[in-house]
Write a protein that binds this ligand. Structure first.
Ligand SMILES: *[C@@H]1O[C@H](CO)[C@@H](O)[C@H](O)[C@H]1NC(C)=O
Ligand SMILES: *[C@@H]1O[C@H](CO)[C@@H](O)[C@H](O)[C@H]1NC(C)=O
Ligand SMILES: *[C@@H]1O[C@H](CO)[C@@H](O)[C@H](O)[C@H]1NC(C)=O
Ligand SMILES: *[C@@H]1O[C@H](CO)[C@@H](O)[C@H](O)[C@H]1NC(C)=O
Ligand SMILES: *[C@@H]1O[C@H](CO)[C@@H](O)[C@H](O)[C@H]1NC(C)=O
Ligand SMILES: *[C@@H]1O[C@H](CO)[C@@H](O)[C@H](O)[C@H]1NC(C)=O
Ligand SMILES: *[C@@H]1O[C@H](CO)[C@@H](O)[C@H](O)[C@H]1NC(C)=O
Ligand SMILES: *[C@@H]1O[C@H](CO)[C@@H](O)[C@H](O)[C@H]1NC(C)=O
Length: 911
């Protein structure tokens, strides 16, 4: 307009030449009035009407001047208004007091092509007559106007419309299908409203559409396949609705599409390979849906323009296509929060570092880090299972949290990591500490022997040590001649089984069914990797299903790789002993020369190591931990099993592999002790006494007869102490740790276990436990029992049967032990186990009189979960853990589980 005026003026100036300014002014007014003045009187009045109904200010629309010439946002053609743009205008003070969608006067602008009121408050609904009167309208922009109500279906009459913006209002109701008549429409933006209903199928006829944004509404139903007809579409945003069912393959026909956003819906199914038709696609955002499956392998190679991909928070599985790592245009990839798995490609990256962002967090990627990471500027690997060392990939813009990496803070626990790797038949490097969770037999045993020895000797001379090494070696590796003599029934060897090694004969009638190798192969799908539970040190464990659908666990002992005769000892053990607290052996298969098979009942709740926490919701990594009642029940169950082995078997059996992963749990969380391949019998009493006499060096004699013979059982007790601490603190993997690793941790923990101060224990209690005052006393009691089990001196650890009693009566442990009145208490019969467990804690007051040796109740196998009758027993006199006469001689500080005993903590390591 201004340009036209100046052209005219120039013309006048050239023609008329040196006239006076007055003449110029007259001419200006003349030309102005003829060319630019609003000629329609109706429209002029209507504008003034509009000016007042909307409360517009003189600053924008000065009342006395000509609207076409001086009013802001008014566009005229041939003296008629064709455009009104009040976008961003402010109202007068009066006008803003009662703002309304009062635009009736607009109805008189029959040539109006564009109305732009974006960001101008119009609280009210779009009048129906818009569609009937504004028939020339091409552009309608009502973004962010606070409009309410429904979209009138009459808008479908505005067939000249090319641009319709209604986004960011409070529009409700369904999208009228009449909008499908707007054949010329190029831009349709209905986003950020409260529209409901489904995607109108009539939109299929909007063949000129380039932008369709219906994001952030409440649309439901499916994306109609007919969407594939919108061949000019470049921008499609349906994000943040409730659209369901799958992504239609026809979406792949949108060959012009540049931006696609389907995120935050409920789309399910997999990504159709047909999307490879989106050859111009640059942005693909399909995060936060319910999409599953693996990404089609031929998809990404076809999408050559793609540089922004969001796949996050779906249930995608399988690997990430390797091409994503090498697409040089790719700037942003968010694959987080899926079930993607696999390893990082080990490509050498000569390429320069790009500014690319890679987010692979919260998936199941594993294996080592590779140099491919150097290629990207920002990488988030958190919440995966990467292992190994970080080397030089650890730049500041890489996040490694919650993986299985070495020497990096905030990683997953040993148990979580090893479970992940073991379940997939992969090898976990165990944070660079080999053997802590799955001790290989030789290393584990020699270490244990050392522990036992250190405990037994308590710092004695090397010669004595040698003798004990010899004795223990003989005890644990002898081919069970003693037990054979005892002969708990030597049954006939069934024809199907190969004869056991010489020197061992078994009562096969007690060893369950004899399976054929064929049956075993069938049950495990030929030892399929998928069935592998874990590679244990005594054999590989497989899940299996027998004919008839019985779930079992199958141990496969490969005699070619290890000269492992432990299975015979285990069979021997099972042939003599049966107890409801031991993992039930269902049968065996010994027919193969090189592979021996043991079949156990399947334990639905796995083992304690994997049950203490269970991930209930992978999305936010919700861990559900076992409640306290269940933990106490598990502790008691395990103590019952060990107490049976230690005290009710003759000779006593030593488990030798007590840790959380050996404590199996059935469907009711009843304990069944597993991992029985290391089990080892103790020699008979006469033999023990002989050794004791042989080794009658000063310190042991001072400790009474409790020294060497119980040392092996005392080792079980020590390990059980670690299990108890694991239950109290919730620190997974403690019981599986080597003692060297334990040392620092114990030093930190033990000071918080005091018999005098209940509150101290709250510092170490598993924060996920919900416990009240009463339960806290139980927790405290368990911690105290744990501490007494962890006494560095094996002879001062309580016997298993007293531990069991203490766990069954946790409140007595704390209520009777920590008050001074308890010390003044004269003896009572119920105090017997208690006295045995804590005898020396109390002994400082000499009032502890003789402990009545109650009759030993030998509970029989399966029927005896409770063992309530067991109080003191004859053995307590011999074995000395509860030996009253010796305990009264001890100094209380020697056994009292108080933080002051620093030497003991230090000696933990030698133990
Ligand atoms: C504009 O149209 C409305 C309704 O169509 C009418 O009531 C009003 O008087 C008209 N305004 C003018 C100035 O003609
Ligand atoms: C009107 O619309 C244009 C864009 O088409 C915009 O740049 C301008 O600022 C708007 N407002 C006015 C008062 O012209
Ligand atoms: C309406 O005006 C706003 C701001 O003045 C502008 O950004 C927008 O592009 C205009 N709408 C149309 C369709 O031109
Ligand atoms: C305008 O739209 C309404 C509702 O969609 C319809 O009933 C009517 O026939 C249309 N009128 C014209 C002239 O197209
Ligand atoms: C697209 O718009 C043109 C005019 O701009 C029109 O002739 C054509 O019919 C429209 N296409 C469709 C499918 O409506
Ligand atoms: C789609 O719309 C939402 C808001 O409604 C917005 O946050 C998102 O960035 C849009 N997607 C694209 C690809 O522009
Ligand atoms: C991941 O896969 C596991 C089974 O492998 C499944 O239990 C879990 O629900 C899946 N998680 C997600 C987020 O899809
Ligand atoms: C990657 O390959 C190199 C040799 O090309 C090898 O040294 C390295 O261990 C590999 N890394 C992983 C994690 O496999």
């Amino acid at each position: 307009m201004i340009a036209k005026i100046s052209e005219t003026l120039l013309f006048v100036v050239v023609m008329v030449n040196q006239r006076t300014t007055a003449v110029l002014a007259i001419l200006f007014l003349l030309f102005h009035s003829t060319l630019e003045q609003l000629v329609s009187r109706t429209e002029r009045l209507s504008l003034i009407q509009l000016r007042s109904s909307l409360g517009l200010r003189s600053r924008e629309w000065p009342i006395k001047s000509d609207p076409c010439f001086l009013w802001a946002g008014i566009e005229c053609r041939n003296g008629r208004v064709i455009g009104i743009n009040i976008s961003g205008f402010k109202r007068t003070r009066i006008g803003s007091q009662n703002p309304q969608f009062a635009v009736d006067a607009l109805a008189n602008f029959t040539l109006l092509e564009s109305f732009n009121a974006s960001e101008f408050l119009l609280p009210g609904s779009i009048p129906d007559w818009f569609g009937l009167r504004l028939i020339s309208l091409q552009v309608l922009d009502l973004r962010s106007c606070s409009i309410i109500g429904a979209i009138p279906s009459s808008l479908g009459n505005l067939t000249n419309l090319t641009t319709l913006y209604l986004s960011d209002n409070i529009l409700t109701g369904i999208i009228p299908s009449s909008l499908g008549q707007l054949g010329r429409l190029s831009i349709l933006d209905l986003s950020q409203n409260s529209l409901t209903g489904s995607f109108p199928p009539s939109f299929a006829s909007l063949g000129n559409l380039t932008l369709l944004d219906m994001s952030s509404n409440y649309l439901s139903g499916t994306i109609p396949p007919a969407i594939g007809t919108l061949s000019k579409l470049q921008f499609l945003n349906l994000s943040n609705n409730s659209l369901s069912s799958s992504i239609p393959a026809q979406l792949g026909d949108l060959s012009s599409l540049v931006d696609l956003d389907l995120s935050l819906n409920s789309l399910s199914g997999s990504v159709p390979p047909d999307l490879r038709g989106l050859r111009n696609l640059q942005k693909m955002v399909i995060g936060n849906n319910l999409l599953v499956g693996s990404l089609p392998s031929n998809l990404f190679p076809a999408l050559t323009q793609l540089h922004f991909i969001v796949l996050s928070h779906n249930d995608f599985t399988g690997g990430l296509p390797v091409i994503l790592w090498s697409m040089s245009e790719l700037q942003f990839l968010d694959a987080s929060g899926n079930n993607f798995t696999g390893t990082l490609p080990n490509l050498s990256s000569n390429a320069n570092t790009t500014a690319a962002v890679f987010n692979l967090s919260q998936n199941m990627f594993y294996g080592g880090l590779t140099s491919i990471l150097r290629k990207f500027s920002f990488i988030d690997l958190s919440g995966n299972y990467f292992q190994g060392s970080v080397l030089d990939y650890g730049r500041s813009n890489v996040s490694f949290d919650r993986n299985c990496l070495q020497n990096v803070s905030n990683q997953r626990t040993v148990a979580e990591c090893s479970l992940f790797y073991v379940e997939r038949g992969l090898t976990f490097d165990n944070f660079g500490f080999p053997n802590a969770t799955q001790p290989s037999a030789p290393a584990g045993k020699s270490h244990r022997s050392l522990i036992i020895l250190a405990g037994v000797l308590g710092g004695l001379g090397f010669i004595a040590l040698l003798v004990v090494v010899l004795v223990i070696f003989v005890v644990c590796t002898r081919k069970r001649s003693v037990t054979n003599q005892r002969g708990t029934g030597v049954g006939p060897v069934p024809a199907s089984g190969t004869p056991p090694p010489p020197g061992v004969s078994l009562n096969f009638s007690r060893l369950g069914e004899v399976f054929t190798y064929q049956q075993i192969l069938q049950a495990t799908d030929n030892f399929n990797d998928v069935s592998l539970i874990k590679k244990g040190h005594s054999g590989d464990l497989f899940r299996g299903i027998l004919e008839g659908g019985i779930a079992v666990v199958i141990k496969r002992i490969d005699l070619r790789s290890t000269k492992n005769e432990a299975y015979m000892l285990e069979l021997d053990f099972f042939s003599k002993v049966s107890h409801a607290r031991l993992a039930p052996l269902l049968g065996h298969c010994l027919e193969s020369e090189n592979e021996k098979i043991l079949v156990y009942k399947y334990m639905p709740n796995g083992d304690l190591a994997s049950s203490l926490y269970r991930i209930t919701n992978l999305e936010d990594d919700n861990l559900q931990s076992l409640d306290w009642i269940t933990r106490l029940k598990i502790a008691i169950g395990a103590a019952e099993g060990l107490s049976y082995l230690h005290h009710e078997c003759t000779p006593p059996f030593v488990h030798r592999d007590v840790q959380a992963s050996s404590i199996l749990l059935d469907d009711k969380f009843e304990v069944r002790l597993g991992s029985l391949s290391d089990i080892c019998a103790q020699e008979g009493d006469t033999h023990q006494n002989m050794i004791t006499r042989l080794l009658r060096f000063p310190q042991t004699s001072e400790q009474g007869t409790s020294g060497s013979p119980t040392a092996t059982c005392a080792y079980d007790v020590y390990c059980f102490g670690k299990v108890l601490l694991e239950l109290v603190t919730g620190k997974l993997g403690i019981s599986a740790c080597s003692d060297a690793t334990m040392k620092d941790w114990l030093e930190g923990i033990l000071p918080y276990i005091s018999i005098y101060d209940k509150e101290l224990v709250t510092n170490i209690v598993d924060p996920s436990l919900i416990i009240d005052e009463d339960l806290l006393e139980e927790v405290w009691a368990m911690a105290i029992v744990a501490r007494s089990c962890l006494n560095p001196k094996p002879s001062r650890r309580p016997l298993m049967r007293y531990i069991l009693k203490a766990l069954e009566n946790p409140l007595k442990v704390v209520r009777e032990e920590h008050t001074s009145s308890a010390r003044l208490r004269t003896t009572s019969s119920r105090g017997s186990w208690n006295a045995a467990l804590f005898g020396s804690w109390r002994q400082s007051s000499s009032d502890v009189a003789a402990i009545p040796a109650g009759p030993t109740h030998k509970a029989e196998g399966a029927s005896s979960f409770k063992q309530s009758g067991t109080t003191g027993s004859q053995e307590s006199g011999q074995n000395g853990g509860g030996d009253h006469s010796s305990s009264t001689r001890r100094q209380s500080k020697e056994i009292y589980p108080e933080p002051s005993d620093e030497q003991d903590v230090e000696r933990q390591n030698e133990d």
